[in-house]
Design a protein around this ligand. Structure first.
Ligand code: XMP
Length: 539
């Protein structure tokens, strides 16, 4: 297996997930427990993850230099590359230019790490790169002849520091306009460092680079998609763990909770009741739609609880996003626990997916970005046990599971909607009035996007009540009204995303409709921030 040492990157688990996609076993360990936890494993290679620290600081996370005497291939990603440089005698400095987002990597030296990474070259092609430095020349997925070095590939960066000097034995194999050591290698010892993130889908040939590393480790990567059998096994597991107990599920109507609840419904039928809490933080028409789909079509037992007043009361005067999230999470749980008691339920199903876990600091060294309410807000003394069938999956995998369960596209490919609902799309205190504004605006935005046929190309599209009042002019009079932001993003797994380059005419149409139909609003702005450094939601 390949051991992933976690220095706290938001995407550490994504590395593991990518390797799982190509049938490579992994184990994620903290740096301080690497030797202890892995002593009984066959280690074929080690990946050092990224992380939020600065390697040159005295309290920086690091790894015992003995790792590099074990004679196994090592790949350092981002902070991991810097750890390699720092430990083996190179140096790292704060970058003069920080890079967050896309960059062009020029591959300046052939390396087995970059096999098949030529934009015009496909795997299996005989025209692949020189791999003379690799010992696995006879492997079927290895290249056979020396050809031109690839031009450049697009990679995803997320760093402030950079390698200043490489250790002895290392050479640069890739550069960007900003950094000279974007990729480094000691081919003899099979130690590699890359400043960019191959695990993120925005890195072109990212999966290929991880495949190449697996091959360098002497492993045989092969594609392993999620299958029907795999899901059937998950459903059987749910049935086994639940036994004869009653289960309730928190159903929000979003992709994750819908698929999680449907999996449990398939496993235990009427032993399961889905509880939909109407928090008053939902979008227009949501409650009615949910009733139609789940009760009528799937014959699921669905209980609708009207808790609007409780939520609004609890949110009174609260402006700080994290506090909002925690309060909403707690209110959800309070309501659910009350319902669970009525049902004598032992288990509570939640649609938690992996990014919710990692973004709530689910890994020891990861920094908390947001307490996603279905993770961070849970009380320690919960009376029900959690059942989270999707906890280890990313959104695109969840959609695949839904499709294999033969769920319609309207469920599997719905745009995600966050647990805390519109509350985190209202900057500042949540009030009925602001909710009404954002609801009306959001409907206009979504209707226009659907009419333009863009639902499938966007990950998410929504409106934000920014809380900024600006001056305008209406009918020759001065107006002083709200600023609405529109956010539309493209993404695959939401660990990274791009703002969508929507057509100007479409944006204009949306803007005109908003300021005409929602009179409280007099200005519309478009959010052009990628993730990172932005997040999808504003709060
Ligand atoms: P961010 O804003 O973290 O969002 O880039 C990533 C994805 O997660 C959704 N999101 C949430 N989902 N509970 C959820 O169930 C939450 O608290 C939450 N916050 C963000 C967001 O809509 C996007 O799809």
């Amino acid at each position: 297996m390949i051991i992933i040492i976690d220095f706290g990157s938001q995407t550490t688990h994504l590395i593991s997930r990518r390797l799982r996609e190509i049938s490579i076993d992994t184990m994620i360990v903290e740096p301080e427990e690497f030797f202890e936890k892995t002593q009984n494993n066959t280690i074929n290679g080690v990946i050092l993850s990224g992380g939020p620290g600065d390697v040159y600081k005295s309290d920086a996370l690091t790894i015992d230099a003995k790792l590099f005497e074990m004679n196994i291939p090592v790949l350092g990603i981002c902070y991991g590359e810097q750890v390699i440089a720092e430990i083996l005698g190179g140096s790292v400095k704060p970058g003069t230019k920080k890079e967050y987002g896309p960059a062009e990597l020029k591959i300046i030296k052939s390396s087995p790490l970059f096999n098949f990474c030529h934009p015009e070259q496909r795997e299996g092609s005989i025209e692949s790169m020189d791999s003379s430095a690799s010992p696995q020349n006879d492997n079927a997925t290895q290249p056979s002849s020396t050809v031109e070095i690839p031009k450049s590939i697009s990679v995803w960066m997320n760093h402030g520091d950079e390698v200043e000097k490489v250790p002895n034995g290392f050479t640069a194999i890739g550069v960007t306009d900003t950094i000279p050591f974007a990729a480094i290698a000691d081919e003899e010892r099979k130690i590699y460092g890359i400043q960019f993130h191959p695990e993120v889908v925005h890195t072109q040939f990212g999966l290929q680079i991880l495949k190449n590393f697996a091959v360098i480790c002497g492993l045989e990567p092969k594609d392993q998609p999620i299958t029907k059998e795999f899901i059937e096994k998950q459903i059987l597991d749910i049935k086994d763990s639940v036994g004869g107990h009653n289960v309730i599920g928190a159903l929000s109507g979003g992709v994750d909770s819908s698929i999680a609840c449907l999996m449990v419904h398939r496993a235990i039928g009427d032993q399961f009741t889905a509880v939909y809490i109407d928090s008053g933080l939902m979008r227009t028409g949501e409650t009615e739609e949910l009733k139609k789909v789940f009760s009528d079509t799937y014959k699921m037992k669905v209980l609708i609880v009207d808790a609007q007043k409780e939520f609004i009361d609890n949110l009174k005067g609260i402006t700080y996003p994290e506090q909002k999230r925690k309060i909403i999470g707690k209110t959800f749980i309070d309501v659910l626990e009350r319902e669970a008691e009525k049902f004598n339920a032992t288990f509570l199903v939640q649609g938690t997916i992996y990014p919710d876990v990692i973004e709530s600091a689910g890994s020891k060294h990861a920094k908390n970005i947001k307490s996603h309410h279905n993770v961070g807000g849970l009380p320690k003394d919960m009376k029900v046990m959690l059942l989270e069938p999707l906890r280890n999956f990313y959104k695109d995998e969840v959609r695949t599971i839904g499709t294999l369960l033969k769920l319609p596209k309207s469920v599997t490919h719905r745009h995600p909607f966050p647990g805390p609902g519109l509350a985190i799309r209202i900057i500042g205190e949540v009030t009925e009035e602001k909710l009404s504004i954002v609801r009306r605006v959001d409907k206009i935005v979504r209707d226009e996007i659907s009419a333009a046929g863009l639902d499938d190309t966007l990950w998410q599209v929504f409106a934000v009540f920014t809380g900024i009042k600006t001056t305008g002019v209406r009918g020759d009079n001065r107006a002083y009204g709200e600023t609405i932001a529109i956010r539309a993003v493209e993404s695959l797994d939401v660990m990274s995303s791009n703002f969508a380059k929507l057509n100007w005419d479409l944006l204009e149409k949306i803007s005109v409709r908003i300021v005409t139909e929602v009179t409280e609003a007099n200005r519309v702005v478009y959010d052009i921030t990628n993730k990172p450094p932005g997040t999808v939601e504003w709060e």
